[in-house]
Design a protein around this ligand. Structure first.
Ligand code: SAH
Length: 371
């Protein structure tokens, strides 16, 4: 049995022609899956019954359902606990003036072991499929019949439930939830292909951000694809010495290699890289660190995004706003474009680093021993 939600357009076309059906059926199926969030072949009422049966016999539609949702009182951020067949993951929808963003998970758990990140806490369970990544977006967009925006949500009626998403409903997709997207490389690329497809959500590559802790070989591989997506690097430290204390990956790929991979990426794609830098009191936040950082990034097509570290895992305290501003001003003085990121969804544990593999007692997972 194949997961049809993870199939790309030409694979669905192949399926349709093998069944002796005209090619336009692929468009209809893709539309049901990627614009209307169909959860069963029965719903696909414009397909002949024989084709629906045929699909049913060879494929399944990945089942991702909303187990629970949490609404932030401060900023309308909404976090979803999603049930996959055998695990739970989290995703987040954020409202911005310029449109909604959804932050999705790419793995159930994570192998990277960053000391400050809740996703690392329970270890790694499994990779998510491209279809499971898509389903997180469709839930947040409210297009599926069993979506996050179900009958109980205000403004959602029988008439507008389960029908095509307006493309504007989700403008940006960030792969910054639980997991390391470049450690699930093929599914991540397939997800990008599906979510940008003109017959689906048609989200622009420029509105997709892939965030990585810095897997150097995969950054090279991604660069060669020459996509127009945004690449964010979780840097968090100005030197190898500090980075190694908080991110085990720094021992495998020292900053020199990481920065050179980033340079290759910018040369290939002409896209500006974002460096994420979470400031923690006494760890990485003094003016000397800012100067080191400016030196490290000198001459690179990039931008630094500063954020006070969130309470998630380990004993880290956020740097006060005033010191973040000083840090930012030093970087700017050295001509490094810098912004201070607003943190959303803190009150519902939906902020950066706070997403995790949930309910491990239910998830069938040999690696989790509970806390
Ligand atoms: N594995 C990927 C994507 C997931 S993390 C990566 O490492 O980039 C998404 C972002 O949240 C990363 O920049 C990560 O470093 C950051 N993050 C993790 N824990 C955090 C915390 N406690 N406070 C602030 N940001 C955090």
């Amino acid at each position: 049995m194949k997961d049809i939600l993870s199939m790309n357009f030409s694979e669905i076309e192949g399926l349709v022609t093998e069944s002796g059906q005209p090619k336009y059926r692929a468009e209809q199926i893709f539309d049901w899956l990627h614009r209307r969030g169909a959860k069963s072949f029965d719903e696909m009422e414009n397909l002949p019954k024989t084709l629906r049966n045929e699909l049913e016999n060879h494929c399944y539609i990945t089942n991702v359902s909303v187990e629970e949702k949490f609404l932030s009182k401060n900023d309308e951020t909404e976090k979803y606990l999603l049930k996959l067949g055998d695990a739970y993951v989290e995703s987040v929808r954020m409202k911005y003036k310029h449109g909604n963003s959804v932050c999705i998970s790419t793995q159930a758990g994570c192998k990277m072991g960053c000391k400050f990140c809740a996703s690392a806490e329970s270890g790694f369970y499994r990779n998510l499929s491209a279809g499971e990544m898509c389903a997180q977006v469709y839930n947040a967009a409210g297009i599926s019949r069993h979506s996050a925006l179900d009958a109980k949500s205000p403004g959602i009626t029988e008439d507008n439930r389960g029908f095509r998403a307006k493309p504007a409903e989700i403008r940006n997709v960030v792969l910054m939830g639980c997991g390391e997207p470049l450690d699930n490389f093929d599914a991540t690329l397939r997800f990008i292909e599906l979510i940008t497809h003109p017959n689906g959500m048609n989200i622009s590559q420029r509105n997709i951000t892939v965030s990585t802790c810095g897997l150097v070989p995969q950054i090279h591989a991604l660069a060669k694809k020459e996509l127009q997506i945004n690449l964010a690097i979780s840097l968090h430290a100005p030197t190898d010495e500090i980075r190694e204390k908080i991110m085990p990956i720094a021992k495998t790929f020292p900053q020199r290699e990481l920065i050179s991979a980033c340079r290759f990426y910018t040369e290939k794609t002409r896209r500006r890289i974002t460096f994420e830098y979470a400031l923690s009191k006494g760890l990485n936040d003094i003016p000397a660190h800012a100067k080191f950082l400016a030196k490290l990034l000198h001459g690179l097509l990039c931008h630094v995004n500063l954020i006070p570290i969130n309470k998630a895992r380990g004993n880290f305290s956020p740097t006060p706003r005033r010191d973040i501003e000083i840090f930012a001003s030093i970087l700017k003085e050295k001509n490094i474009p810098t912004t201070i990121r607003r943190s959303l969804g803190n009150d519902i544990n939906a902020a950066c680093g706070q997403l995790r593999l949930r309910r491990k007692e239910i998830a069938i997972c040999p690696f989790h021993h509970g806390k």
